[in-house]
Design a protein around this ligand. Structure first.
Ligand SMILES: [Ca+2]
Ligand SMILES: [Ca+2]
Ligand SMILES: [Ca+2]
Ligand SMILES: [Ca+2]
Length: 339
């Protein structure tokens, strides 16, 4: 037969078992037992399991067991010099490291227990570290490549967007998805088509990485750097007009390749690193163009051209008729004289 009994007081007790059989015979056995307090068992969980710097971590010690009595105190040491009390507490770490978190529980019987767990706190920080265009002077229509250096300064992998912009109004060039391992650096290349941009204006370039939740440093996610000036195609001396001066510069650098002393990048209109007939053709195609020349102005000039040509043709036609009339008259006069 099995029975249970709960002692309500501490101390030494003698337990006696007496058994009687069906012949009426009896036997007895005694044992001493000591009733004493049991220490509590400390236990806790924390969330999130992989926190980042600045993130609030919740520690829950209510899983601890008093093993007799009740728990009357929870004492926390977060491992970074900070402390707290209470069954459920929160703490944010100010830097990245692996911390020993200690929970000590005290029960109503005056006994205690301690448990240590390690919490690794991560840094979340990505940054744009460089921004370099392929040229500082581009002809409208030229594709400028922009190399953007991106680094993960954090110790956890990250995937995020990087966008390149131009101009004060932040016109988007391209957005690209980037994945980086901890402390990895990469270069992202953007292609900027400058077609339709206004001449003689310097456009600033900007690259921006999306801000991650709880990112440590957000100021380094944006980099504004470098300006690219848009020039008039054919304007080798950058004076805003395509004329004989530009043709002269082209002639001076004729057949020069990049690296040679006579090579002039500004006369290499197609940017193929050699100055030749292709550049001369481009210069010819834009001959006479002016920077900032308004469209109505160009139309007007073209209109005036046509009117002048019309008048010249009319004058030529008139003179032709006059000459023919004169010739006819001369012929008639000669025939009259012969007659
Ligand atoms: Ca206890
Ligand atoms: Ca950052
Ligand atoms: Ca010029
Ligand atoms: Ca060329």
């Amino acid at each position: 037969m099995i029975i249970t009994h709960t002692y309500v007081e501490l101390g030494n007790f003698t337990v006696t078992l007496t058994v009687t059989d069906d012949d009426g015979l009896i036997d007895t056995v005694s044992m001493n037992i000591t009733v004493k307090n049991s220490p509590p068992i400390a236990n806790f969980t924390f969330s999130p399991l992989a926190p980042v710097v600045g993130e609030l971590v919740t520690f829950n010690g209510s899983l601890s067991s008093p093993e007799g009595g009740v728990i009357v105190g929870y004492y926390w040491d977060f491992g970074d010099g900070a402390n707290s009390t209470g069954a459920i507490v929160s703490h944010a770490y100010g830097y990245s490291d692996t911390f020993n978190v200690t929970l000590t529980v005290l029960d109503s019987e005056g006994l205690n227990d301690t448990l240590v767990k390690q919490v690794t706190v991560y840094t979340r920080n990505i940054a744009i570290i460089s921004l370099t265009p392929s040229t500082s002077k581009a002809y409208a229509g030229q594709v400028v490549t922009i190399s953007v250096g991106v680094r993960n300064f954090g110790n956890e992998p990250q995937t995020f967007n990087v966008t390149a912009y131009y101009g004060g109004d932040n016109v988007t060039i391209e957005t690209k998805r980037v994945s980086l391992e901890p402390f990895e650096t990469t270069t992202v290349v953007f292609n900027w088509n400058t077609s339709g941009l206004v001449y003689k204006i310097s456009y600033s370039l900007k690259a921006e990485a999306t801000i991650l939740p709880l990112e440590t440093d957000v100021t380094d996610n944006i980099l504004v750097n470098s300006t690219v000036r848009i020039n008039l195609l054919g304007d080798a001396n950058n004076d805003g007009v395509v004329n004989i001066k530009d043709a002269t510069l082209l002639g001076i650098s004729w057949l020069a390749r990049e690296g040679s002393p006579s090579y002039n990048e500004d006369a290499d209109f197609n940017r193929d690193k050699i100055i030749n007939i292709k550049d001369a053709t481009l210069l010819g195609a834009h001959w006479g163009e002016r920077q900032n020349q308004r469209l109505w102005c160009r139309m007007l000039f073209r209109g005036v051209d046509k009117i002048i040509v019309f008048f010249l043709k009319a004058i030529a036609l008139f003179l032709t008729f006059r000459i023919m009339a004169c010739l006819n008259a001369s012929v008639s006069m000669c025939q009259g004289l012969r007659g």
